[in-house]
Design a protein around this ligand. Sequence first.
Ligand SMILES: Cc1cc2nc3c(=O)[nH]c(=O)nc-3n(C[C@H](O)[C@H](O)[C@H](O)COP(=O)(O)OP(=O)(O)OC[C@H]3O[C@@H](n4cnc5c(N)ncnc54)[C@H](O)[C@@H]3O)c2cc1C
Length: 318
Amino acid sequence: MLINYRAGSRAKRSVIQKSDVLINLPMLNHGVVLRLCHVGLRFEKVKVNENIFFTRKLILTPAVFFYFYTSKFYPMPYTAPDYYQIDDLLTEEHKIVRQSVRDFVDKEIMPIIDGCAQRHEPIPGLMKKLGDIGALGPYIPEEYGGAGLDQIAYGLIMVELERGDSAVRSAASVQSSLVMYPIYTYGSEEQRKKYLPKLASGDMIGCFGLTEPNHGSNPNGMESNIKDMGDHYLLNGAKMWITNSPLADIAVVWAKDEAGIVRGMIVERGMEGFSTPETHNKWSLRASMTGELVFNNVKIPKENILPNVKGLKGHSHA
Ligand SMILES: Cc1cc2nc3c(=O)[nH]c(=O)nc-3n(C[C@H](O)[C@H](O)[C@H](O)COP(=O)(O)OP(=O)(O)OC[C@H]3O[C@@H](n4cnc5c(N)ncnc54)[C@H](O)[C@@H]3O)c2cc1C
């Protein structure tokens, strides 16, 4: 039986075994590792035909280890204070969803977020990873690729992602609330089937174009417009401060028709006259890409118009 005790920061990530029990003492920013069985390597001398060899053997020794570790070397699983006892109002499913996103943030975001923000770079493969954990359009029904969760679960997911960084939450909430929600709520059945499953998995990235260079807080002043050309519309105008525009495969765009009524439409990358220049040197949300949407006589097929909404209520609901 091994009995071991180490203090301070020696219990680095490498010495923690999978079977260890970690007991957190969050108030002290320390924890205790309880190990009941030590897995190690032992070198053994073997004599074969007068030659001496050393072989390595895996050993399993009953042991009790106490390691004090600091979050500096072994980040402790995050536990949030619950001052208003909100947890009492949550279902088990809510808590499981929250924990899985919390773990994702600890593992995938925390180790790299400082570097991405410093370098003003997006988090590599973020949208696909968010799709893998079901954080894109979580409340969209399963038949369209969503997780079929409720809005409370969606809120909990966003809170956890925001802990990682606003850039992560922004990527997920724009895709979920501002791209998937309008397509699901105001789109045709064909549009739902075409876009939602890929947006949910992160295989397709969407952005939302409302804000214009001269009209931020007052979207009703928008100048982007569409003209009916018979079998299609012609879209002209520009949007700015658009999250994920340089990465996006599609943009849900709001523009006024000839009667001055705001219409929503899906603009696809590759359409002639459509470009997405990146906005550089932001002072915040630096791990999130932001850009413009520029429309220069872009032909919008009529089936790309969101058929079930007219006016500003579409984007304000989103
Ligand atoms: C990083 C980032 C990402 C963004 N992503 C998107 C996106 O994905 N899609 C999108 O459409 N937009 C996006 N936006 C745009 C955002 O929604 C706008 O910045 C916002 O609507 C404000 O518009 P503005 O920046 O033009 O500010 P302005 O409208 O110029 O406002 C400037 C200041 O004046 C105040 N103000 C304005 N009007 C009034 C008034 N009448 N009374 C009192 N105070 C007033 C405002 O509160 C603000 O403090 C993004 C912005 C940023 C910074």
